[in-house]
Structure formats: C-alpha cells, structure tokens
Ligand binder design. Structure first.
Ligand code: SAH
Length: 389
C-alpha cells in the first residue's frame, strides 16, 4: 500500500471486521494511523480497494466518481486518442482510480462493466451514466456482464443490456495513417451476434504493419484486428482461429475495408492453432510475417509453468516457419506472465528453433489502458516484434 498499490486482501485484515457491502471505510494500520479511504467488498478476496488518501463519506462518492470519469476522458483527449480511433477504453478501473469500473467507447455506443459491489450501487451507476451522457451524447450505452465476477461479489445475476438510448451496434474506425484511411470494424453488443474488438492491441496493429511484409499469417485472428492491418502492406494474408463465428465477423470486416487493402481476399482458416502450426511447420511451410495473439493461457499463478510451455510451443513452431529476414509479432495477455518470463520463453524457443531474434520492439498495451507504476496488475499485455535471422 505504501508503494501505491490499491488492494488489501481479506487475509491481511486484523480481526476479521464485518465490511459494509460496497461502502466506504477508513483504513488504519496496526498502530491506528490513518492510511486512507477504501471501497469495501463483503465477499471478494480483495476486501478493500483504496480510493483516496483523505477521509471520505459515502455521500461524497457519486461526485468523486463522476469527477474521475471526466478526468479519465480528459486524459485520453490529452494523448490524442480520439483522433487515432473512435474506439478506445475510456476508464480502466484501478488505472483511472475507479476500481471496479471499465468503460469502452465504440464510436457512438458506450459499453460499461461494473466489477465490484461499490460500483454496482445505484447512486454510482447513475453518476457514471449521467456523466457519460453529458460528455459523449452517445446513441446507446450497453452494460457488459461477467456472470462469474458478479457471483464472486455476491451481486444479483443480470444479463447484459442496453441501459440508455437505442443503439447497441455500430461501426468503429481506427488507425488512419498517411496513405491509409482508417480501418472500420463492426461492433455489436446485441445478444446472438456479438462482435467486438481488442482495443488494447490497437497500437500494436500499427506497429505490426510497420514491420510486416509479403506473405503474412495471423494466428488467433479473432475478428481480424491484426489481419486487416497486415493487409494494408502484405500481398497475402491468412487468418487462423478456432471460432467460425469470429472468422465470419473477420470476413465481414474485410468486406468493409477491402478497397483499401492489398490482397483481393484473405484466407480465413478454422483450425486449432496448435495442430495447424505443427502440421505446417512439419510440412515446411514458410511465411515472411507471423502474428501470434493467443488467449490468456495463465488464468492464475499456478498455471504459469503450463502456460509458458504453451507459449513456447507456439513460438517455436512459428519461428521454424518464418523465412530468414522475416518478422514475428508475438503477444501474451496473461498478466501472470510478466515481460521477463515472456522474453525468457521467447529466447528458449529461438534456441530450440535454431534461430536468432533481433528485438525490434518490446511493447505493451495501447495507451488508453494505462499502466500504473506500483500496480503490476495494470500491465498485462506483452507484444514483442522480432526480426528473425
Ligand atoms: N488477435 C485478436 C484477438 C485474439 S483473442 C485481435 O487482435 O482482435 C484469442 C482468439 O483465439 C479468439 O478469437 C479465440 O477464438 C481463439 N482461440 C482460442 N483457442 C484457440 C485455438 N486452440 N486455436 C485457434 N484459435 C483459438
């Protein structure tokens, strides 16, 4: 806490105090020195999330939350993010001093998610929603729900829904650059036809395309985020994902942009990436550019060794398939795998593949997902771009 970390675990509390559901509490150290005010959860293992160094009353919360949402919006404006993209993360929980609140903007539709008892309180939800309406005049605001988190927080089960306005789907546009007009993607929060975007990779799409060339493979392509950016500069692009619905969305995103892209078609392949990479690397297939962006393999600390073996297997296969002088873009979104572990894994894969990698760029998440010094959990995405000799 003294180093600025905002979490206090239940097991670290003295005397198991009963905590108010989502209320503000004064936090004292073992000598009764006042440490600050926190939001409490009566059920989560993370019992307290620090909010301020001063004493706060419950009644001050809605005003403070609204103020911090405005600060978060102003920060993105200061970075020039809205000029790069009309889809970005507006509020990133602890990183914006709004623990338990995530808000994304998708053009004229906003999506928010509450992850704690405190942020689910009616006064706080109202404060957030009215601030968003004033600041963005959105056509719709949708609530996104992670049932498991609501269960852990002992919040009533609800389903995602439109909570304001009429629009739950739209088109987003990002990364217009020089000769390249912005790329457009479908966004829909409507049940049954959900589409979306990994906004944390947005700046990495541009970085990947900066180094990509010729014949490119996007593994774990989802709805085509990397693949479409690669198709600005590469003659051939292949996207691989195990989800047919993701590939259908990727193809319709390609349709939206095709007249600005190099290849007349993108090959979308429905496959298990592990099997496909093994078969293709055994068969000697080559690519000039390969992107690996798998889902998080390490969901907790214990899963780390298994996760690293999974990453190594993928990276080893990809390295074998990259032409000399080609480019590997390799990502991990598990925050349990830190940058050091990830680079170590990559160097071991390179040794086994008998390749040498020059690190062109060692990157993280887009700037609308701020990383806070002292809160390692806020840095979760790794994206390493290597020149493969
Ligand atoms: N690169 C994407 C995000 C990838 S998310 C982007 O920037 O938008 C991870 C993707 O991996 C999901 O689309 C999921 O369907 C896919 N996936 C998960 N396990 C897989 C497997 N074993 N083989 C292929 N794809 C898989």
């Amino acid at each position: 806490m003294r180093a600025g970390h905002p979490w206090v675990y239940r097991s670290d509390l003295n005397g198991a105090p009963a905590l108010p559901r989502g209320g503000v509490v004064r936090v004292l150290d073992e000598c009764d020195n006042f440490l600050g005010s926190a939001l409490a959860s009566s059920s989560s293992q993370i019992a307290l999330r620090m909010l301020a160094s001063e004493s706060l009353a419950d009644a001050q919360l809605p005003h403070m939350v609204a103020e911090r949402v405005r600060t978060a919006i102003a920060y993105r404006q200061r970075l020039g993010i809205p000029e790069q993209s009309n889809a970005y993360r507006v509020v990133f929980s602890e990183a914006d001093r709004l623990p338990g609140l995530v808000i994304d903007r998708y053009n004229d539709v906003l999506a928010f998610q509450v992850l704690t008892q405190a942020m689910d309180r009616k006064e706080l939800r109202d404060a957030v929603l009215s601030t968003l309406q004033t600041e963005f005049q959105p056509a719709g605001i949708v609530e996104r729900v992670e049932p498991r988190i609501r269960e852990l927080e002992e919040l009533p089960a609800i389903s995602g829904a439109l909570v304001y306005g009429e629009k739950a789907e739209t088109l987003i546009a990002m990364n217009g650059e020089g000769d390249h007009p912005a790329l457009r993607f479908h966004y829909s929060a409507s049940a049954g036809q959900k589409t979306g975007a990994f906004l944390d990779q947005r700046e990495n799409y541009v970085a990947a395309a900066r180094h990509a060339r010729d014949n490119a493979l996007d593994v774990f392509c989802y709805q085509g985020g990397f693949a479409l950016h690669l198709a600005r500069v590469c003659a051939n692009v292949t996207g691989v994902d195990s989800s047919r619905r993701a590939l259908e969305a990727a193809e319709s995103n390609f349709e939206l942009n095709r007249r600005h892209l190099v290849p007349p078609e993108i090959d979308w392949i429905e496959a298990n990436a592990f099997d496909l990479l093994r078969d293709w690397s055994d068969a000697g297939r080559k690519f000039a550019t390969i992107v690996l962006d798998p889902p998080a393999f390490a969901k907790n600390r214990r899963a780390l060794p298994t996760a690293l073996r999974g990453y190594k297997e993928l990276n080893l296969r990809a390295l074998k398939m990259i032409e000399a002088g080609g480019v590997l873009v390799t990502c991990s979104c598990s925050h349990h795998v830190n940058q050091e572990d990830f680079l170590q894994m990559l160097s071991e894969a390179a040794i086994d593949a008998h390749r040498r990698i020059r690190l062109l760029e060692v990157r993280g998440q887009s700037q609308d997902h701020p990383v806070i010094a002292g809160i390692p959990e806020t840095a979760y995405l790794k994206c390493v771009i290597g020149y493969v000799e």
